[in-house]
Design a protein around this ligand. Sequence first.
Ligand code: SF4
Ligand code: FES
Length: 365
Amino acid sequence: MAVNPTAQPPLGMLAELTHRCPLHCPYCSNPVELTAREAELSTQDWLSVLSQARELGVLQVHMSGGEPLARPDLPELVEHASRLGCYVNLVTSGLGLTASRLDDLVERGLAHVQLSVQGATAERANLLAGARAHDHKLAAAELIRKADLPLTVNVVLHRRNHDQLPGMIALAERMGADRLELANTQYYGWALRNREALMPTRAQLDVAEPIVREATERLRGSMEIVYVVADYYEPYPKPCMYGWGARQLTVAPDGTVLPCPAATAITTLELDNVREKPLKEIWYESSSFNAYRGEDWMSEPCRTCDRRSVDFGGCRCQAFLLTGDAAATDPVCSRSPNRDVVDVILAAPPPATAPDLVMRTVTTR
Ligand code: SF4
Ligand code: FES
């Protein structure tokens, strides 16, 4: 396949080192079928992937999962990426982080930690994580602060924790976070099966917005707050991935290379694997990365829309999951001929009590 002339080198790589995880979050966006430990890339494979990524232009490596601390070779991978000149970020639940492990990671070049938080109180947070995790997270935050590492606290917001929003902001402050990401749930992977139970109500979102605005103002200069809206309620979609194949790639635990972390959802995509092809070839030449790169793939209304360079037609995974066509306009868009799909979901009267959550369990392939 010819190289798409709009292709630029990637800036970041999400390295999903493993799907193994001690938590059972119902909003997990990893695929329903996870990679088994035996199918994970080896240490040597990951070292090669990191070198190839740097050669390709990658400057930021996000080591994620699952829980990346479940990989005993994490320190070696952090050191390698850091020596290559990459900014290395650890995306973690905090479980398994000890003072000695963190010291070692810092010594080897770890530059930043993103720590997930499920709720403001131990009771709620543990319920939502499906594990007694909250106290470990408080301890992990303390270690990160003592190590003087920049900390981002990640909160996934949904119907079952929106009421604790002020408490979660206060918790992030107490943890000494430099940045707080408050992201309403995105419905991919496991999260999609919990959509009805997780979807916040319009009233919850109306309450949240001024709280976030006030905290953003009050904490300006000490803690940055990023609020990711509940896109089903918005008139226009999010600029997902800042465009397909534009800035970032994901390498899944088994070596599958994905144009976005949720792309296994698009069953019509032919995905390549670093075990079989060089990363550079996959980034520039593969059918998966070129499928929705640039604007040529767009049909109406995106093709001639004045917002197409703002939101890139929205999210390909969402388009596929809601319409069966990954090249369709994201149905969240009010200009999409399929917006009714989203409106029907939102119009369904919220049950007096939200349906039970299906906690994340492990089904491997
Ligand atoms: Fe974005 Fe396409 Fe909607 Fe225009 S029609 S706002 S480009 S999703
Ligand atoms: Fe895959 Fe948006 S999540 S393109």
